[in-house]
Design a protein around this ligand. Sequence first.
Ligand code: PMP
Length: 405
Amino acid sequence: MGIFDAHSSLAARYEAARAVGPMPTAVVMDRLLSASEAIINGRRTVTVGTHNYLGLSFDETCIEAGVAAARREGTGTCGSRIANGSFSDHVALERELAAFHGMRHAMVFSTGYQANLGIISTLVGAGDFLLLDADSHASIYDACKQTQAGAIRFKHNDPASLDARLRRLAGEPGNKLVVVEGIYSMLGDTAPLKAIVEVCRRHGAYILVDEAHSMGVLGARGCGLAEQEGVLDQVDFIVGTFSKSLGAVGGYCASNHEQFDILRVACRPYMFTASLPPATAASVRAALAAVQARPDLREKLWRNIDRFHAALSDAGFQLGAGPSPIVAVRLESEETTLAIWRALLEGGYYVNIGLPPATPSGESLLRCAISAAHSQAQIDGLSALLIDLGLAYGAIPKPRLAAKG
Ligand code: PMP
């Protein structure tokens, strides 16, 4: 048996799909034109598949902050913070993130994936319990594999299911850590956080909220779902990423727990990898300032979301959730999903695709990530093309002609 044979059924599926046309995994952005447009296959294309919710990847202030930091401090740190020390922007960014969430501490990671992997797997170990929502992101599932804590799934967005599992653990002495997400990345739905926090408090469980998709998007100050639900002060750990609303790369965890800083010498995905390059730390600081100083970006994002969501739901599409920056279009089959995805790309719109096994309940999804950077014409152009394709592929009912009066 060869070393790649374990992947042979996946390889066969991948080859079959590739034989029909271009694959999402092979898209190359030849050139970026702005936060909402790129040249793909030589064609000007509207990007509706990057989670650039506030359009800050092309913000002049953020770019200038990054360029200045690169000139001042070089292109990389060339090592980890425990070995090479911190750069001043790392420390300032952590202070600003903690203040943003109204918490004492924040710790920056090189990716959001590592933030979840590191924090979760270091907080719980043998004898402890990790309770995770069934629709959790891969980084949360991978954290389970890194720890000897017992991993228990509860039904997606179901506080009663969480309650039942915690009741069964009532006699167990170990710590219990509950992990949920602010906005779930596949369907775009939000956690019923108030009810989940109440269940956690009642059972003495700790709670971690991954606000990867909700930071910058939800809450009066853009802090995320915990702020929107009024429970920021009852959440033990907030995880976030710099790769979505903040337009860069990296991740963090914020917490009010006094002993949080011990994780700096215990958390291996923090300790044994190179720290964020100076340009990234500086551009993220500028982006975090923009989240706070420019509520107009969030308002524009929500106007775009509401317009796009209403157009698709009025046309009869089955959508993953109510209005959300991730508008997931549920389709019948993998083949139809790939065919519509390809037709959208040919028509000048790049969206994401979600296929089993990455999707909840094995669904096939077209995922559109809406941004404040999108113009109304771009939003309307995509919804019009999607509706045409939905009709052509029988994914939505044909509109009935209005009766003549
Ligand atoms: N958490 C969630 C919910 C995510 O969707 C993602 C990435 N899509 C991550 C964590 C990881 O973040 P990053 O891509 O910044 O590493």
